[in-house]
Design a protein around this ligand. Sequence first.
Ligand code: PEP
Length: 229
Amino acid sequence: MQIVAANFKMHKTRKETIEYLKELKKIDFGSVKVAVFPPFTALFEDELIGAQNAYPEINGAFTGEIGLEQLSEFNIKRVLIGHSERRHIIGESQEFIAKKFDFYKKHNFEIFYCIGEPLDIRKQGLKAVVEYLKTQFVGIDLNYDKLIIAYEPVWAIGTGVSASLEEIRETHSEIRKFTSRPILYGGSVKLHNIKDILEIENVDGVLVGSASLDVEVFKEMIKIAKDEK
Ligand code: PEP
């Protein structure tokens, strides 16, 4: 089974997200698991929708955050944790990320857990990459049965430069040594490279940012995934 997920980041309004899902659902997903992560203001009850982030509390004095209570209003049971933009721009620590993981695991959420190395680490080679990724596994239950890992090299996100097929292959096979859960690739996945990426061993799907914003492109990606293993 392939997993194809869309991360809208800080794009699209509620109205646009509703229209997007309506359009998306015109196609048959077959056995592909599809997930869509819109901004908080566009959350609503739909089996495809997950939150891009959430605070590890039910509710409370955490200005600017949303917690379990707000997600539960829309019956949302899927969350993205550890995206590199939150690690590197917002400054979330591994300790805090692990707290979120624990909390939403306790509440039985499906967790898309993002990992990935910056460019200076990649330049040091695969061994350094694996050592770096191991620091992002600290405090994370890699056997959680609702865990989906997304390997997203920081230097490939939003840059238009995907990791090479060989880099993806060797990194996913290293990650596979730590977990049997699905491993997605993310980082400049586009219509022109998705097929080759999905064909790599130990790639169980993709997490797509910018290319997912166009629903016609995302539909096409799902169709390609349907034809894969
Ligand atoms: C992402 O942010 O998860 C991502 C993969 O972005 P992009 O596809 O734009 O590189």
